[in-house]
Design a protein around this ligand. Structure first.
Ligand code: SF4
Ligand code: SF4
Length: 100
């Protein structure tokens, strides 16, 4: 069976992500409070995001690759310190789910 004809249930996460497209906004819609993050030892944002938007820089600061955000909201509810200022990208920008 051709790859693109497989049911969504049969696909791995990477294949599913491949079926999305993005029109990144010029403004970051996911702002983290670095002052709060500095004191955070759990750093759950590094593990919960399915698109790996959050990474840790060499300086220990949280780096946000907002362009690949799937707008699922997981990080927003997972950060127990409420350090993420999460809004939707402007209309016409952000993720586009092409195949459901
Ligand atoms: S965004 Fe939240 S979970 Fe991530 S480092 Fe900052 S405080 Fe911790
Ligand atoms: S909304 Fe979802 S995809 Fe976007 S940064 Fe948060 S966890 Fe990752």
């Amino acid at each position: 069976m051709k790859e693109y004809l497989k049911n969504a249930e049969q696909l791995g996460l990477r294949d599913k992500l491949f079926r999305t497209s993005f029109k990144p906004d010029t403004e970051n819609h996911l702002r983290v409070n670095q002052e709060v993050c500095k004191e955070c030892s759990e750093r759950v944002c590094l593990n919960v995001c399915p698109a790996e938007v959050y990474t840790e820089g060499d300086d220990g600061l949280i780096v946000v690759g907002f362009e690949g955000c799937l707008e699922c909201g997981t990080c927003r509810i997972s950060c127990t310190r409420e350090a993420i200022d999460w809004i939707n990208p402007k209309g016409g920008f952000g993720v586009c789910y092409r195949f459901g």
